[in-house]
Design a binder for this molecule. Sequence first.
Ligand code: ZN
Ligand code: ZN
Length: 537
Amino acid sequence: MRVEFLGGVRTVTGSATLLEKGSLKWLVDCGMFQGGKELEERNWKVQPYQAKNLSFILLTHAHIDHSGLIPKLVKEGFRGKVVCTKATHDLCEVMLQDSGHIQEMEAEWQNRKGKRAGKGEAVPLYTMKDAEKSLRYFETVNYDEIFQLADGVKVRFQDAGHILGSAIIEIWIEEEGQEKKIIFSGDLGNFDQPIIRDPSIVEKGDALWLESTYGNRLHKSREETVRELLKIVQEAIAHQAKVVIPAFAVERTQDIIYTLGQFIRKGSIPPIPIYIDSPLAISATEIFKRNSDCFDQETKNLLSGGENPLEIPGIIYTQTTEESKAINEDSRPGIIISASGMCDSGRIKHHLKHHLWREESHIVVIGYQAEGTIGRRIVDGAKTVRLFGEEIAVKAHIHTLGGFSAHADQKGLLDWVSHIHNPQLEVFVNHGEEKISLGLSQLIYAQFHFKTAVPQWREKKILFSDVEKVMIEEEVKEELPPEEPFSVLFNHLYRTYKRLRRKLKREKKGGEDFYDPKRLRQLEEIKKKLEELESEL
Ligand SMILES: [Zn+2]
Ligand SMILES: [Zn+2]
């Protein structure tokens, strides 16, 4: 069994793992890289995905950082099956086409800029049409059913509690008469979120791919977060101001609608205008209503009692650009929910431009803000941000509400892992910023003594074999941008060295047995190896 880590390692975006058993090749997730030029260049170098040779793409959920490269792979010759839940398929239908649209707009913008600079024609990564074509290859499966994917490969999708249709994927592999099980956590949700069901517990497995988005953080409880949101909205109403919420079109938007609906139902706030200014969020909300079989019991009860938690008084869905622009003319206090969730594209940028500089406005950040995004800069306390070529002062109240996150926090992740009973379990920590993944990896090792690793991008591995080895093949090296592997490695070495130094210093200070002879020998060996390398170079 061979695997290659193609994305979502030491970063949150671009999730993809290539699995190979004999001549059978398939992917788990096929996500787009987002957050900065350097990462996004990987979206163009899809040769390692081996599109033509792939039989399947198993898709954990519809978010673009997991599904966004599927149209690109179809364009490159993928003719296998994309296997996912029905709700994931329904969401991909709108999300991939929306992504294609964004790619087209992006290329158009590049061209306008490029022409003035005398540059060649920019082409989109893929178009809306490409996205539409890719949907033909989708095939849906039910939750909780084990099915035969191929000879010696069985698969099951279980609730991940992250977004509608999201799944944990379990894969049973039979090799040399032995059966082993791989678990992909996908993006793992929280146990107390509304609308969709909680994550399933998995108890058995031999290898685990574990997400680590919030592997270093503890969320406030949902209750507390809901109270905070209520306070913000009440304050905005008292000051005739607006609350702007950048939200991912799927899940966070519906979650906020649900919560605001509760405020209004309980009479905590009057029915104020609530703008859902994102065509994608509007489609997604419709898809939610169509997939009510994925709802949790609480939401099902509300529905059967004749109440639709996603339809609330005062809600205004704005489809067209004109309608979107008209929001700015509404002087009443209200709430604007718009995408994208990381403030990098879409209509939210217009609303931020309109409200960031106003002291009375409130910006409520509820989702994860990746490094390099506008949302991250705002959260990190930037005094100004650049929007549409203009420097905008940040004067509004900025709130970060972690309790609405669609991702489990550190405790949630550790609790979930604690159910797996196999001392031999091997854990690959992925889907997190490098530092966070490394931290969680150490924590899991310390708590459960599982073998843990934080893979590198393009790292290859043989699983479940006696002679386990990491293979960095020559051909792979050649394809990589020349500088990157070295600089990444150097940075990594440097950080490890610093961590080790700090740790040893601390130990020495603490009066612990610092001069362990075994440790000294190990360090001497490393020193020797480095010196050898130095003389070779
Ligand atoms: Zn996700
Ligand atoms: Zn994700």
